[in-house]
Each structure stands twice: as C-alpha cells, then as structure tokens.
Design a protein around this ligand. Structure first.
Ligand SMILES: [Zn+2]
Length: 566
C-alpha cells in the first residue's frame, strides 16, 4: 500500500481572546478527522500525517490590547498562547505542533514569498498611495473596527466603521459622518501613505484561480460557487489588488527594504501554517520540501470557517502558486455555531468559553460527540441546543454505548473468570457480522466529514447490539449457570457483546479518544487502530472489571455554566 503524506491545519485563532465553543466547532472537527486518518494510516507503518496550528499574533488589535494592559505585545501573546494551549488540551485537540506566527520560521517564509512575488517578471507587488483615517492622538492609522461615527444612511450615532447596527447598512469607514477614534475618542483626520499591494488582478492570478476553481475538487460546491461569483465571468476581472502593508507603529514583520512598513497580519497568518510545520520538521526530522514543493504529492488540507474563505481560496493559493510552492489539496469550510438557535450572547449566558465549560466539570467529550452528531461537511451553521445536548449524550453514549460494556462485563467477571469464550468465527455471527458490514459506510462518512451520518449509523448499530442482548435474556441463562450448555450460551452471548463493544469503540475513537482509552484499558487491549476491526480478541482473553466509563450530563451543570457565562 502506498504511504500517506498528509498535512492538516485548522485556522489560526487570534491571540487577543479566549477560545469559546464557537471556535471549537472547527478544532473538534479537524481533530476528529486527523485522528481518523491516523488510526487508518498509522505512523508505525510509515505513513506521515501531521496536524498543525498556531496562534495568529500580529496586528493593531494585539498592539492596542497590550498597551491597554500595560504589557508588551510579546508578553500578551505568550500568555494567550498558554491559555489557548491549555484549552485545546482540555478538549483533547491533539496537534502535532501548536506554534505562533511570531516566529523566525513564519518571518522567513513571509519574506521569501514576498520577495518571490516582488521579483516575478513583471512584478506582482505594486505600491500606491492610500488615504485612511488617522488617530492624531495615538499617531496610528486605525483598522475599521476602531473607527466610530454617524451612520451615513440613518444618522445613528456611535456606529462602527463597516456597518450600522441600527439600520444594517454596510459602507466604507470613510463614509462615516463625524468619525472618531474608538481608542482615544479623538476626531480622526484623513491621511495618505504608501501601501504595498499583491496584484491579485494580474492575469497570472486570475487565470490560475479560474482554473483552480474549475478543477472543482479543491472546494466544496458552495465554496466553488462563491469563488465563481468573486471571479466573475470569463471576460470580466472582478478581483482587486490586495493591500498587504500597514504603517508603523504595528506589531508584525517589517517588510524587507521598506522601513516603517509592515506585512498586514493577514499576509503572514496563513504563512503561519508553513512556519508551524517547519518548526515541527526541525523537531522531528521531517522533510519540509516534500510537503511544500510545487510538484509535491503530499496532501494539504485546510479546515476553516466560511468567513475566511476569501483569504484561503483567493489570496493564499494565488500567493503560493506565484511564489513557486504547492497549493492546497482541499479547503474545508464550515459554518458558525448557534446556541439554542441564536447567536452566542453574553447577556443570555451563551457566550461560553472553553475554560468555563471545563472549569464547571463538563466532560469535553460530551461536546465532541454532540458536534460530531451535527456536522455534515457543508458550510451550514450548526446549532447547540442545550436540551437536545443533554438528551442525546445521555441517551446515546451513556444509555446505549457504555451500557453494552457494563451489561456484558458483569457476567464474564462473575462466572467466567473475565475470560472470553472461544472467539474463533465470532465475526460470522450476528450482530457482530452486521457491525463489520457497516465499516465501509462509516469509513466513507468519516472521510467525507459527514460525521453526523457516521454517528447515526454507529448508534443504529448500538441499538442492534442492545436488542440482541435483550433478546438473548442472559439474566435468565445465569439462573441455570450449572447447566453446561446454558452456561456456554451465556458465555458466548457475553463474549459476542464484548466484541461488539470493541468494534463500536473503534468506530467512535476519533470522536471520543479519552473514552476509547478507558475502554481499551477495560478491554485490556493495546490502543485500537482501524485495522483492529479485522481481528478478534483471542480465546480466553481476559478483560478487566468494568468501571464507570462515562457519567450522565447533569442539568445543574449546564445551568451553572450559563450563569457563569453571563
Ligand atoms: Zn444606520
């Protein structure tokens, strides 16, 4: 079998805020996919699958936040990095590397890509003067979100630089009346300065992107449609050049040979994928070039939110292509999270941070499972309905899956020295055979990120196993335990059921890695891989006594979490 080389990324969280349940939609779904791939193609067999990410650390908001806290930007991003790292670990997100864009590696690739674009013939970097709002008190150009003023449409006061919360109008910050700085409250002045642009409107970019989009397989259908909209018809050119520079003072990388000019944070953010991977390569002796050279056969998959599709599907591939690197294999965009059908909100207590969730003793795997049960591989939003969350986790995981182990283990431990019956040919018997027949279907759903369908299929199988158990009435067989034939039957039913539990554990392991670990310990087996579906536990294999694998969700904990989030 050919050896897999796969690099998987999640979008880089910004280093000025906490990880919340909305962010986790992305990290959990990427982690499930990376774990699934690694289970199927283990490193020990020569496959190379890596999952990397980093904090996105540059830009004016980081600079201003650090200033407000009276610390350096470096100190701020260091602290936030530790918090993010802690939260991801708490939710069992298993990166191969979690790095920072404020690194020598990211600087190196940012400069390298910039210089290659600049020295292209003719150059793909151009400069021209841009007029922007300037805060004369802070002496900085302000990003849109730090500009406030009167809405040009309805006249509402104190509206942000890009849209009006009162009438919903969208506009450019320069359209605002009476603009002022949200940082210093100073009246803003317009000021010109020279900016650097990546010539996205150049035919080399437009033609490449047109073809890249047409090839189809790089993007989901909805994303490809969006791209066609952005690119316009064949004879048109709807793309404008991309402003990639910001003036000092700015927290970021200075542009080579351009003192006082810095790369805009969105230029180096995706390059942070390369920076993080280079850092991993140096630590583990992996060949970076194998993954990033132009004709690389390695796969590169980016998981992102639909709001940053523009950066990942236009700028990023066009930059890579023209700087002589490979382009992404696929971009998987997902929707946003709503809670109880509405946007997350501080006043409703649904703006829930990862930290609060964990602190109040909620099990991270409850959320991993629930998200998996909702994710379907499209750009649709998903809803965390808290009533449904409680009902579903308690019924599926505790009531159905975990229950299988506790039921069967009891008899094995009590009557059969915890040993399994002669397991040869067990896989031919129902319901085990049916579980195994479903492997391909489940595998395909997981591969295509339709976790919700995989979960539905797996839960239908747990129902089958529980029905089988009930139908066999093992508790009645136990009453006749001194009869050899009945005793053998009880032993067989219990052993088949334990085998079923093992198979279901393999199916669920990418979603529930810690629960699977506990199940492995109970089953007394090595860490389960996908190929273990083909094996059976040996005759007389001894399991351990059953210990609680998962508790039910207590309503009170959810209420406490909502209260703590208000
Ligand atoms: Zn308005």
């Amino acid at each position: 079998m050919d050896k897999r080389k796969i690099l998987i990324t999640s979008a880089l969280p910004y280093a000025n805020g906490s990880i919340h349940l909305g962010h986790l939609v992305e990290y959990i779904q990427t982690d499930i996919w990376a774990r699934f791939q690694k289970m199927r193609f283990p490193m020990e067999e020569g496959h190379e699958i890596y999952y990397v990410c980093a904090d996105d650390t540059h830009g004016t908001p980081i600079m201003l936040r650090a200033e407000k806290e009276g610390i350096t930007p470096e100190a701020l991003i260091k602290r936030v990095h530790q918090e993010h790292h802690r939260d991801f670990e708490g939710f069992h997100i298993k990166f191969d590397n979690y790095y920072t864009t404020h690194s020598s590696e990211t600087r190196q690739y940012s400069e390298d890509i910039y210089i290659k674009l600049k020295t292209a013939d003719p150059s793909l970097i151009t400069t021209h003067s841009v007029e922007q709002f300037y805060d004369p008190v802070k002496n900085i150009f302000l990003p849109d979100r730090f500009i406030k003023g009167e809405c040009p449409k309805c006249g509402a006061k104190d509206q942000y630089g890009d849209n009006c919360e009162v009438c919903g109008a969208t506009y450019a910050p320069t359209d605002l009346k009476e603009p002022y700085s949200a940082v210093s409250s100073a009246v803003l002045v317009k000021k010109s300065s020279e900016h650097f642009f990546f010539k996205l409107s150049d035919n080399r970019c437009v033609n490449f992107l047109r073809q890249w989009t047409l090839e189809g397989h790089h993007l989901q259908v909805e994303a490809a449609n969006k791209m066609r909209e952005w690119l316009g018809k064949a004879e048109q050119n709807n793309l404008s050049d991309w402003d990639i520079s910001r003036d000092a003072p700015y927290f970021g990388f200075e542009i080579p040979d351009a003192p006082g000019k810095y790369f805009y944070v969105w230029l180096d953010a995706p390059i942070g994928y390369m920076g993080s991977f280079q850092n991993l390569c140096d630590k583990r002796g992996i060949n970076f070039t194998d993954f990033w050279k132009k004709d690389s056969t390695a796969k590169l998959y980016h998981f992102i939110g639909k709001d940053i599709l523009y950066f990942h599907a236009l700028f990023w591939p066009a930059m890579l292509e023209n700087a002589g690197y490979r382009t992404p294999t696929k971009i998987f965009a997902h929707g946003f999270l709503t809670i109880n059908g509405e946007k997350m909100s501080k006043s409703r207590g649904t703006f829930i941070t990862a930290e609060n969730y964990l602190k109040l003793g909620l099990n991270p795997e409850w959320l991993r499972y629930y998200y998996a049960a909702k994710l379907n591989g499209t750009m649709e939003d998903i809803d965390l309905n808290l009533e449904d969350f409680i009902a579903r986790v308690n019924s599926d995981l505790v009531g159905k899956y975990v229950n299988i182990a506790s039921r069967a283990a009891g008899f094995l431990v009590r009557y059969f020295d915890s040993q399994l019956f002669n397991t040869l040919n067990l896989h031919m018997l129902d319901p085990l055979s049916e579980l195994l027949e479903n492997e391909e279907v489940i595998c395909n759903h997981m591969k295509n990120r339709r976790y919700s369908l995989a979960v539905t299929a797996i839960m239908a199988l747990t129902d089958k196993v529980n029905e089988y158990w009930d139908k066999q009435k093992p508790w009645e067989k136990a009453k006749l335990i001194n009869d050899k034939q009945t005793s053998d039957e009880l032993h067989l039913v219990s052993s088949i059921t334990i085998e079923c539990f093992r198979i279901l554990t393999i199916f669920l392991k990418p979603i529930l890695p810690k629960l699977a670990q506990k199940a492995e310990s109970f089953l007394n087996v090595e860490p389960l891989q996908w190929k273990d579906l083909q094996k059976t536990l040996s005759h007389k294999h001894q399991i351990k006594a059953y210990e609680h694998l998962m508790t039910r969700i207590d309503r009170k904990k959810i209420d406490a979490m909502i209260d703590a989030s208000k």
